[in-house]
Design a protein around this ligand. Structure first.
Ligand code: MTE
Ligand code: MO
Length: 202
């Protein structure tokens, strides 16, 4: 019996860009571990606000209804956590980062983004890397609304970097000129976090 279906699996499997599908030092998990610092903040869609601010011509604050009125897209991607578990074939629904960026006029000197969350979590990502379509803010996983423990109602999704770059309970997108460490980055995690070259720490 092939537990993984018909698709070719194993250490030889490669991605479209030729890199191995499973990054070095990672192993596949079946479940979905829950990892975060502190408690789960209460986030109500009735009062939800997403701020898009920083180096923009005009900052915007979106309600839940505003967010859901934006183009909703599906995407499938793999999760790679720095604690070495990976989870393949996650089906997400949400809004692409580029479609949110298009709502504000980003200043030319903006080069990095800091994602903010209810509860105070932050994480930094280079702006250029967020232009690829798989970078999103997502509310649905495997056809179901995201559980609060996984960041529901809305989390960031930056699948080409370690999963700590995917902020749960997201409530802010800040455009900045100079790279600025977020929560885990201040505790020694890598400023970039590319799993294929094991940018785990410092
Ligand atoms: N707001 C917030 N987002 C967060 C974190 C956190 O502590 N707070 N932890 C990060 C880390 S280290 C990981 S591995 C993933 C875990 O997401 P999961 O619990 O859905 O697997 O969330 C990331 N996003
Ligand atoms: Mo993590």
């Amino acid at each position: 019996m092939n537990l993984f279906g018909s698709r070719q699996r194993g250490p030889q499997e490669t991605r479209e860009d030729g890199r191995p599908r499973l990054p070095p030092g990672q192993r596949l998990t079946d479940g979905w571990p829950v990892l975060h610092y502190g408690g789960i903040p209460e986030v109500d869609t009735a009062t939800y606000q997403l701020r898009i601010f920083g180096l923009v011509e005009e900052a915007k604050t979106l309600s839940w209804a505003d967010f859901m009125a934006l183009p909703q897209v599906e995407s499938r991607s793999d999760i790679h956590c720095v604690t070495t578990w990976s989870k393949y074939d996650n089906d997400w629904v949400g809004v692409r980062f580029v479609d949110l960026q298009a709502l504000v006029n980003v200043a030319p000197e903006a080069a990095h983004v800091v994602f903010h969350s209810y509860g105070g979590y932050t994480t930094n990502v280079p702006l250029a890397e967020l232009q690829a379509p798989h970078n999103m803010l997502v509310h649905t996983h495997a056809g179901r609304p995201l559980d609060p423990e996984h960041g529901g109602p809305l989390r960031g999704l930056v699948p080409n970097l370690y999963f700590w770059k995917s902020a749960k309970w997201i409530n802010g997108i800040e455009f900045v000129a100079r790279d600025r460490p977020g929560f885990w980055e201040m505790y020694g995690y890598h400023m970039h976090g590319d799993p294929w070259i094991e940018e785990r720490y410092g």
